[in-house]
Design a protein around this ligand. Structure first.
Ligand code: SF4
Length: 207
């Protein structure tokens, strides 16, 4: 039997370095990358932002962009039309209301187009060093399979993990759960033979 902290210790052994796979250098780039990352891999987002950020280096320039011009950079991403519209509207809002400086404010982030609870948590955690646990599809699946929760409600998962773990580890915990879910405990055909949690796993189809 593993305690919650022993699970984290094992994940630290599996993934000693925990940093986001998204490429960004400032709050503007992080925010745009996070909006673009919905239902898309980080690899594809990085490919899109490589040219997007050259053409539009800040909220000011992106706020004046036209949708077809933005689409030329992000067309291969899922939901590209919606994302192009959202990142332009988001930039216009930040320019009009915050003079192009994104605040590390939960309510304000949630007011921006394309930003939901999970994205706001990623931005606060990654960009502002404010402890948060963002629950994406990997964190949801892994938390259930490891027996930490028994629910498909992301908010309940977030609140449960916040009770189980100290705020000082929330950021790296999120990243390590994502790595574990993305590379080992995959949704289909998880690599159970390599898994240190086989004895506590509740997944009925584990191999
Ligand atoms: S045994 Fe398989 S399904 Fe269970 S946690 Fe490990 S990798 Fe995931």
């Amino acid at each position: 039997m593993f305690t919650a902290n022993e699970i984290l210790e094992q994940l630290v052994k599996l993934y000693p370095v925990a940093h986001s796979d998204l490429h960004f250098q400032n709050h503007y780039q992080l925010t745009i990358a996070v909006v673009l990352s919905a239902q898309t891999t980080d690899v594809l987002v990085n490919r899109a932002t490589k040219t997007l950020f050259l053409a539009y280096p800040d909220f000011a320039s992106l706020s004046k962009a036209k949708i077809p011009d933005v689409l030329a950079h992000i067309r291969f991403l899922g939901l590209a039309n919606t994302k192009a519209k959202n990142i332009i509207l988001l930039s216009q809002k930040v320019m009009a209301e915050k003079q192009g400086v994104l605040p590390g404010d939960w309510d304000y982030l949630l007011s921006l187009p394309g930003i939901g609870r999970k994205s706001a948590n990623v931005i606060l955690s990654e960009g502002f060093g404010i402890p948060r646990i963002a629950v994406d599809t990997h964190v949801l699946r892994v938390s259930n399979r490891l027996g930490l929760v028994q629910t498909n409600n992301p908010l309940v998962v977030e609140e449960t993990l916040m009770k189980l773990y100290d705020p000082s580890v929330w950021h790296s915990l999120h990243l390590r759960f994502v790595f574990f879910g993305r590379y080992l405990c995959k949704a289909k055909k998880p690599s159970c033979a390599l898994c240190p949690f086989h004895s506590i796993c509740t997944y009925e189809k584990k191999s």
